[in-house]
Ligand binder design. Structure first.
Ligand code: AMP
Ligand code: MG
Length: 319
């Protein structure tokens, strides 16, 4: 059963993965793609993804050897917040940490550019979600080079080759994390310019959404083409065998959420964490303790109420 679900998910996300080494041009990716699916059918797949996530996250936490880092990138109104809310709806909040990265603080700018991201990495057994990520360092920083000036880099670290160098450093960093048990998975929510316009207008039209509207976001829209180019280059350079990118069509929110859930579920399935099994001696100790507890049963109570209720046979180590 789990295997069938796993296969279905793997097949579903395959077309979204950016093949390592391929040249990406975002024009080739359709933000309205929905794999011929109807929204109604999608609900079932979303449920499959969410229940798989819950199941595997519990095992990831129990096994406590691997961690997962999910990086979410998108332009404004791309649906990052809603995707996180839906994808994580079934999981235990104790095992997930979400960090939203904003304009860097003075303290953050006083360190190397990966510093603030490294501080928010997952521990073993955890899933960390980056709402925006270290990829901003080759996106917004590239589109607006004044951000680079604020980073106060020495002359020797500047120059035209800086972006290629950052791609390499990011790939190396992610490789290091992967080698040490932390899987890195990256999702780009690919929104069309027209859908962004519609979502901005919705934020103006509906009073409950006004708080989400930012005039700065609309100004940023003027740099649309520059961002498309920066994203295309970044996706080409940093989709690696150890940390691939998935380009998720984002014009339909319901479809983007299914895809994101499926990508994360697939990642956990590949890790295949297991509940630790106790050794023979520990098991014998458990059984001895059980006998002690059974002897404490009050008058008229079953020796082991759990066993009695669930119809397990008496004595021994049958379960
Ligand atoms: P939001 O995600 O809408 O809350 O906005 C966060 C803002 O922080 C966006 O405008 C990003 O472009 C900006 N931002 C995030 N990371 C960086 C960075 N490393 N350098 C400069 N600006 C950033
Ligand atoms: Mg914003």
């Amino acid at each position: 059963m789990a295997d069938k679900r796993a296969k279905r998910i793997a097949k579903f996300i395959k077309p979204l993965r950016v093949k390592p080494g391929s040249q990406v041009d975002l024009c080739d990716f359709d933000p309205r793609y929905k794999a011929g699916m109807k929204k109604r059918e999608g609900i079932e797949l979303l449920q499959t993804g969410v229940s798989l996530l819950a199941e595997y996250q519990a095992r990831l936490a129990a096994q406590d050897t691997h961690g997962v880092l999910l990086c979410l990138q998108a332009l404004d109104a791309g649906g990052k917040d809603g995707t996180i809310r839906h994808v994580m709806s079934g999981v235990n909040p104790q095992g997930v940490h979400v960090t939203s990265f904003k304009v860097p603080s003075t303290e953050e700018l006083d360190h190397d550019y990966l510093w603030r991201y490294a501080r928010k990495l997952p521990a073993r057994g955890e899933i960390a979600i980056f709402n925006r990520s270290h990829y901003e360092e080759v996106l917004v920083v590239r589109v607006h080079p004044e951000n680079l000036n604020r980073q106060r880099l020495p002359e020797s670290a500047l120059g035209a080759s800086i972006w290629d160098r950052r791609y390499r450093e990011i790939n190396d960093w992610e490789r290091y994390l992967t080698d040490n048990g932390f899987t890195v998975v990256k999702i780009f929510l690919n929104l069309s310019k027209e859908e962004q316009r519609t979502r901005f207008l919705k934020r103006i039209d509906l009073p409950d959404k006004n708080w989400k509207f930012s005039a700065a976001d609309v100004r940023e829209r003027r740099y649309w083409d520059d961002y498309q180019e920066a994203f295309s280059e970044m996706l080409s350079a940093t989709s690696t065998p150890w940390a691939p990118w998935y380009v998720v069509p984002a014009d339909r929110k319901w479809f983007a959420r299914i895809c994101a859930g499926a990508v994360l579920a697939h990642t956990l399935i590949k890790i295949d964490p297991h509940y630790p099994v106790v050794g023979d001696q520990a098991r014998r100790d458990l059984l001895a303790t059980r006998r002690d507890l059974e002897e404490e049963a009050p008058e008229g109570a079953p020796a082991d109420p759990y066993k009695a209720e669930h119809g397990l046979p008496d004595g021994g180590d049958e379960q």
